[in-house]
Design a binder for this molecule. Structure first.
Ligand code: UD1
Ligand code: CA
Length: 461
C-alpha cells in the first residue's frame, strides 16, 4: 500500500477582486462552486473524507454548508494571516493521521486528478520532503518565483514583492500546490516566522526551512500551466468555466457523442450522454441529467436534472426540469416540461405545450398549445390543441385523469378534479366540469345557432 495522503484546501480568503457579496470559492464554474471542484479532486486522491480539510474564513458557514454532503472536515481561520498560518490551522486535524500532506487552493479548480497522482509519484520516487508544482509563464508577474539550486531542486520561493536583482526574470512560478512529508511539515511549520514586511506567515518559507534541515524540495514543472490557474476576477471565472466546459465536451465527443459547435454548448460535469446522441448548438444540459443513445438534443434546449432514454428527440428551444422521457419520445420545439413529468414510450409533446407534474402515457400526443398540470394521462390519448387542465381553483391544486384511448377535442377546458373514462371523447370547445364515464362523448358547450340573412339585415340591404 502507498503512503496515505491528507489534503488541506486553503479557502479562507475573501477574493476582493470578484467584487461580490459572495465568497470567491462559492462562485460557479463548470456548473459547480469553485471549491467543490477542488474537494472532489481531493477526495479521489485521499479516498477518505476525514483526510480532507478545508480552511474556511470568509463566509465560513456558507462554504461549510456547500460542502456538507461530502463529509469532509473544516477549520476556521478567523483572520487570514497567510498561507502558512492557514495550513497550520489544519495541524491538529491532520497530524495524527500521519502520511503525506497535500495543499490545494479552493480558488484553483482546474487541477486534474491525474496531475495530483503524478505529484504523489514524483514525491515517492525522489523521496523528497516536499514536491511543489510549478510552471513557466510568459508573464510571471505577481507569483512567487522558483529559485533553483545547482542540482535543479528548489532552493527558495521568492514572492513578487521580495524579488531581488535579476530574480524578476525568472519565469518559473509557484502554483501553491505542494505535497509534503507530514512529519517534517508539522515539525518545521510552527517555526516559520511572520514575514517582516506583511506580517503574514508564508507557506513558501517552508522551502528554505526544509533545505536548512538537509532535506530536498523538488519541483514538478507542468507542461500546461492552465491547470494551476487561480481565479481572482469574474473575467477569470468565465475563462475557467470555458475550460471546464471544453473538457466536458471533449470527454463526451471522445466517448462517441456528436456535438455540433461544441464551444456553444453548456454541459455540467455530472451529465451522462450515450453513444451516437447528437447535441446541437447552444444546448444546455445541466445537473445530473442522463441521456441515452441515439438521441437528438436540439439547438437551444435547456435540460436540467432529467432522465432521457434512448432514441428520444428533443426539438430546439425546449425547456425541461426533473422530467423522465422514455424511449422514442419526441418533444418540442418550444415545449416546456416544467417539473416532475414522466412521458412514456413513443409519446409526443409538441410546440407550446406545458407539462407540470404530469404523466403522459405511451403513444399519447399533445401536439400544440396546451397546459397539462397534475395529470395522469393514459396510453394512446390524443390531447387536442389548446386543451387546458384547470388544476388550480385559487386555493388548492386538483388532479386530472384521462383514460387510455380517449380523445380530447381542441380548446377543451378540463376543470379538475376530473376523471375521463377510457375511450371517451370530449367535443371541441367544451368546458368539462364533471367526470366522464368510459366510452362516452361529452359535449360541454352551447349548441350553435345559425341565423340566415342576419348580416345583410344588419347592414341594411
Ligand atoms: C500564493 C503563494 C505564491 C504563489 C501563489 C499561487 C504564498 C506566500 N505565496 O500567493 O508563491 O505563486 O499563491 O497562486 O503562499 N488563503 C487562506 N488563508 C490565508 C491566506 C490565503 O486560506 O491566510 C488562501 C486564499 O483564499 C487562496 C490561497 O490561500 O485560496 C492563496 O492565497 P493568496 O493570498 O491568493 O496567495 P498569493 O499571494 O496569491
Ligand atoms: Ca492568489
Amino acid at each position: 500500500m502507498s503512503t496515505p495522503v491528507s489534503i488541506a484546501i486553503l479557502a479562507a480568503g475573501l477574493g476582493t477582486r470578484m467584487k461580490s457579496k459572495k465568497a470567491k470559492v462559492l462562485h460557479h464554474a463548470g456548473g459547480m462552486p469553485l471549491v467543490e471542484h477542488v474537494v472532489t479532486a481531493a477526495l479521489e486522491i485521499a479516498g477518505d473524507p476525514s483526510r480532507v480539510v478545508t480552511v474556511v474564513g470568509h463566509q465560513a458557514a456558507a462554504v461549510e454548508a456547500t460542502l456538507s454532503s461530502y463529509g469532509t472536515g473544516h477549520v476556521l481561520q478567523a483572520d487570514q494571516r497567510g498561507t502558512g498560518h492557514a495550513l497550520a490551522m489544519c495541524q491538529p486535524m491532520l497530524e495524527p493521521a500521519g502520511g503525506l500532506v497535500m495543499v490545494l487552493y479552493g480558488d484553483a479548480p482546474l487541477i486534474r486528478v491525474e496531475t495530483l497522482r503524478g505529484l504523489l509519484e514524483l514525491r515517492e520516487s525522489t523521496g523528497a520532503a516536499c514536491v511543489v508544482i510549478t510552471a513557466e509563464l510568459d508573464d510571471p508577474h505577481g507569483y512567487g518565483r522558483i529559485v533553483r539550486s545547482d542540482a535543479g531542486d528548489v532552493a527558495a520561493i521568492v514572492e513578487q514583492k521580495a524579488l531581488r536583482d535579476g530574480q524578476d526574470a525568472i519565469r518559473e512560478i509557484n502554483s501553491g500546490i505542494y505535497c509534503f512529508r507530514g512529519d517534517l511539515l508539522w515539525k518545521l511549520l510552527p517555526g516559520i516566522r511572520p514575514n517582516p514586511a506583511s506580517g503574514e506567515i508564508y507557506l513558501t518559507d517552508m522551502v528554505e526551512a526544509i533545505n536548512a534541515a538537509g532535506e530536498r524540495v523538488v519541483p514538478m514543472c507542468l507542461e500546461d500551466p492552465q491547470e494551476i490557474f487561480g481565479i481572482n476576477t469574474r473575467v477569470e471565472l468565465a475563462e475557467a468555466d470555458r475550460i471546464l466546459r471544453e473538457r466536458k465536451t471533449t470527454e463526451l465527443m471522445l466517448s462517441g457523442v456528436t456535438i455540433v459547435r461544441p464551444e456553444t454548448v453548456t454541459i455540467d460535469r455530472g451529465v451522462k450522454v450515450g453513444m451516437d446522441t447528437v447535441i446541437e448548438p447552444f444546448a444546455q444540459i445541466l445537473g445530473n441529467t442522463e441521456i441515452g443513445e441515439d438521441c437528438t438534443i436540439g439547438a437551444g434546449a435547456i435540460i436540467r436534472n432529467c432522465t432521457i432514454d434512448s432514441q428520444v428527440i428533443v426539438e430546439p428551444y425546449t425547456l425541461m426540469g426533473t422530467t423522465r422521457l422514455e424511449r422514442g419520445v419526441h418533444v418540442g420545439p418550444f415545449a416546456r416540461l416544467r417539473q416532475d413529468n414522466h412521458v412514456e414510450a413513443g409519446a409526443h409533446v409538441g410546440n407550446f405545450v406545458e407539462l407540470k407534474k404530469t404523466r403522459l402515457g405511451a403513444g399519447s400526443k399533445s401536439m400544440h398549445l396546451a397546459y397539462l398540470g397534475d395529470s395522469v394521462i393514459g396510453a394512446k390519448v390524443n390531447v387536442g390543441a389548446g386543451t387546458i387542465t384547470c388544476n388550480y381553483d385559487g386555493r388548492k391544486k386538483s388532479p386530472t385523469q384521462i383514460g387510455d384511448g380517449s380523445f380530447i377535442g381542441s380548446n377543451s377546458t378540463l376543470v379538475a378534479p376530473l376523471q375521463v373514462g377510457e375511450g371517451s371523447y370530449v367535443a371541441a370547445g367544451s368546458v368539462v366540469t364533471s367526470d366522464i364515464p368510459e366510452d362516452t362523448l361529452a359535449l360541454g358547450r352551447a349548441r350553435q345557432v345559425n341565423k340566415p340573412g342576419w348580416p345583410s339585415r344588419r347592414r341594411g340591404h
